[in-house]
Design a protein around this ligand. Structure first.
Ligand code: NAD
Length: 371
């Protein structure tokens, strides 16, 4: 079995702390022979700026191009507040997304039963929730031209943003959604505003046409994005995979994250195009949370979003969906047993730090694999 090449970019703040727990799990899988991995590590964000004078070196970007999966911790912190705009820590992350052409952002919203009471919605609406928002990440209104504010002769100003999508951009994100649905429960809901936007009309037509090109085993529904927003907070468990554009995806994925009770629990993946020769995609996995400078260095950060990001990598890049499911079940099991880091602590639970939480997940993972 050829070893998978994994690049770790721990980054700043709590990034290296939570990444430590991922290394522990990867080490275990490697030793057990369950997953052959070659691990490389490099700098990103402020820590890269301190060494290289920029937020990611060309060598690290080159390694990311070659890797089967890149796992990133978090970037940023007050130490780099005064750094020139083009070298700010986020620039490292943005360069990776751009250079690797990561056009598909996957944000799962999973509500672990043990955390259902922390959701903004009633327990029965979210208990067991498991949906995936697939957001187009490199096109749409955030990038379309013209994008400007101009002065008008009457002294007023005029602001323009341009929502623009071409067929290939919609087609490739729709394919990602259909393929994901196949390894989940086989349903895709596509959201746009075809009633008022030409780009919405094209989105709808292209998703429908792509569905007919070999994805008809997946059930496809269309919903207006505003109606979908309403349904997300009314009955979120009706959804499996939701595919939508950059703007609606930005908003809807944040709404969905609040259904789960804790931002600090959420992983994400950003995927690029499939290489026709190898069938592999460039991929970056990272927690949704930031570098949490307020708790960095204290050993109290919750590593579960980072570990869940590893589970996504196992599923979507490393060809190990069974290991991914077992790792997800290990996370759920640890939460069920009442072990909690400070951010998700409730009265009566056992409060632990980063490494104890990582150890608890690994021990549950080992037990589930042996069962
Ligand atoms: P943040 O997510 O870092 O923190 C928000 C709050 O959540 C803090 O109180 C923090 O302690 C807590 N928190 C976050 N993750 C946690 C974890 N794993 N365990 C326990 N508690 C956790 O967001 P912020 O405070 O707005 O930003 C801090 C820095 O992170 C900034 O420099 C920001 O630019 C950066 N940031 C980076 C990313 C990224 O790397 N993708 C994302 C968001 C913010």
């Amino acid at each position: 079995m050829a070893a998978h090449n994994i690049l770790l970019l721990p980054g700043d703040g709590i990034g290296p702390e939570v990444m430590g727990e991922v290394k522990r799990i990867l080490g275990f899988l490697n030793d057990k022979g369950a997953l052959a991995v070659e691990i490389d590590e490099d700098l990103v964000g402020g820590s890269a700026y301190d060494v290289h004078g920029k937020a990611i070196s060309d060598e690290a970007v080159a390694k990311a191009h070659k890797a089967d999966a890149v796992l990133l911790g978090a970037v940023g912190g007050p130490k780099w507040d005064g750094v020139a705009y083009e070298h700010r820590p986020e620039a490292g992350l943005l360069r990776l997304r751009k250079d690797l052409e990561l056009f598909a952002n996957l944000r799962p919203a999973i509500c672990y039963p043990a955390l259902a009471d922390a959701s903004a919605l009633k327990r029965e609406l979210v208990d067991g929730l498991d949906l995936m928002i697939v957001r187009e990440l490199t096109g749409g209104v955030y990038f379309g031209e013209p994008k400007e504010i101009t002065d008008l002769p009457n002294g007023q100003k005029r602001a323009v943003d341009t929502q623009v999508y071409e067929t290939y951009e919609i087609e490739r994100i729709a394919k990602v959604a259909f393929e994901l649905a196949r390894v989940r429960s086989g349903r895709v809901t596509s959201a746009e505003k075809r009633n008022v936007m030409k780009s919405g009309l094209l989105w709808n037509q292209v998703v429908t046409a792509t569905h007919k090109q070999g994805y008809e085993d997946v059930k496809l529904d269309h919903m207006l994005a505003d109606a979908l927003g309403m349904q997300l907070v009314r009955a979120p468990k009706q959804f499996d995979v939701i595919v939508t554009d950059n703007l609606f995806g930005d908003i809807l994925s944040d709404v969905a994250s609040m259904l789960t009770g804790s931002l600090g629990m959420l992983p994400s993946a950003s995927l690029g195009a499939e290489d026709p020769a190898t069938g592999k995609r460039k991929a970056l996995y990272e927690p949704v949370h930031g570098s949490a400078p307020d708790i960095a260095g204290k050993g109290v950060a919750n590593p579960l979003a980072m570990i869940a990001s590893l589970a996504m990598a196992l599923k979507y890049s490393l060809g190990k969906p069974d290991l991914a499911d077992t790792l997800d079940r290990a996370i759920a099991g640890v939460l069920e047993s009442g072990v909690r880091t400070g951010d998700i602590y409730v009265e009566g639970a056992t409060r632990v730090g980063t490494s104890e939480m990582g150890a608890a997940v690994l021990s549950k993972f080992e037990a589930l694999l042996a069962a």
